[in-house]
Ligand binder design. Structure first.
Ligand SMILES: *Cc1c(COP(=O)(O)O)cnc(C)c1O
Length: 359
């Protein structure tokens, strides 16, 4: 048994002792040469992972900081927010709270965002930005990023803002080839680091747009990030310990090999998928749109999900998630993101077998 309750919820997830150790380095000043070497030394590997020539920025905030910041930097006219789950739906509300004109393009929870519907909506000419969540973590649904991005590229004035919080580093999420204007992710999902750090890129077109926008604020002003990154620095004091963790994580990722990492996530996700079908459960996502880093399981057997999770906690020191928001209890979710192995996932599935038998 583990000495703590291991997290198989879709974020935050398990942080390895190795990562914790990397974060225990002595503190350095954020305007020091040491910090510049740390941040500057990660840039190329970050660009490889993001598949971009643009600099990769680090924000000391959770992902929502940049999700909000992107709107404040880029929306002059009106933003179209594609919604198909809890996180994506919320983006409309966040835009309105920032005083932006916003409209939701809502799809049923469990369905992906449809590129054709996006085209119809953008054709109205009302919008100058669009938000998309690549992998909607609440429902375990991945939307077709390349197809949607191709549609958005037909509309030159529309800035494409993409959240890859629960897909980044679990599968390819290429920025440049898709023409993504802002792509953002967070530290506590597939990167398997503590929460509190967001990573993002900004296109040249997006910088040009930001220059024309008033009231960008300070903390998330993309032009501040750009100016500071040129000196391998961040606008304000960053979470240096987590950045040390990220640096060590990048070592791990490139030692394993990026492609191998993607293949591992795919394979482990397949093990969970086998458990689902072997136990008579169904997937919440349609075939072809299922997340690679987590599985959202339809509770078609109508088990007591909260009791099931309680058994996992009490007998196996691990926890899954009992469903998010309005699909709590009618779905449950198991993460396979991060540093998991064939053995560790097999252990989780054996624990799920045992708990299922005890219900
Ligand atoms: C977890 C998650 C978020 C929220 O991230 P915070 O770190 O809580 O700001 C946003 N989008 C997606 C897709 C997520 O999975």
């Amino acid at each position: 048994m583990s000495d703590h309750i291991r997290l198989y919820i879709p974020g935050p997830i398990e942080v390895s002792p190795k990562s914790f150790e990397a974060m225990c380095k002595p503190m350095i000043g954020h305007r020091s040469k040491d910090f510049q070497a740390l941040y500057g030394g990660m840039q190329e590997r970050l660009q490889t992972l993001f598949e971009t020539k643009q600099p990769v920025f680090l924000s000391t905030s959770s992902a929502w900081g940049i999700m909000e910041g992107a709107l404040r930097n880029l929306v002059a006219k009106k933003v179209l927010c594609c919604g198909n789950g809890a996180f994506s739906d919320k983006w409309v509300d966040v835009a309105q709270r920032c005083g932006k004109q916003a409209e939701g393009l809502m799809f049923e929870w469990g369905q992906p965002v449809d590129p054709e519907t996006v085209r119809e909506k953008l054709s109205t000419g009302e919008f100058d930005a669009m938000t998309l969540i690549h992998n909607e973590t609440s429902t375990g649904v991945t939307s077709p990023l390349a197809e949607i991005a191709a549609v958005v590229r037909e509309f030159e004035d529309v800035m494409l803002i993409v959240d890859t919080v629960s897909s980044f580093s679990a599968e390819p999420t290429p920025v440049d080839i898709n023409g993504i204007d802002v792509m953002l992710t967070g530290s506590q999902k597939a990167l398997a680091l503590p929460p509190g750090l967001a990573l993002f890129t900004v296109s040249d077109a997006a910088f040009a747009r930001a220059e024309t926008i008033k009231d960008r604020g300070y903390y998330f002003d993309f032009l501040e990030f750009k100016k500071n990154q040129e000196k391998d620095m961040t606008p304000s004091t960053p979470c240096i310990h987590t950045i040390n963790g990220l640096n060590a994580k990048l070592d791990d990722i490139f030692n394993e090999g990026v492609e191998n990492r993607y293949a591992r996530h795919q394979r482990l996700n397949g093990l969970v998928a086998d458990w689902v079908t072997n136990n008579g459960f169904e997937f919440f996502a349609p075939e072809g749109y299922r997340s690679i880093g987590l599985t959202c399981i339809k509770n078609n057997r109508e088990i007591d999900v909260s009791r099931f999770n309680q058994l996992l906690i009490e007998n196996h020191s691990l926890t899954i998630n009992g469903g998010y928001g309005k699909i709590k209890g009618i779905t449950f979710r198991v993460s396979n993101m991060g540093d998991e192995t064939d053995e560790s996932i097999a252990g989780v599935l054996a624990a799920m077998d045992d708990s299922l038998a005890k219900l």
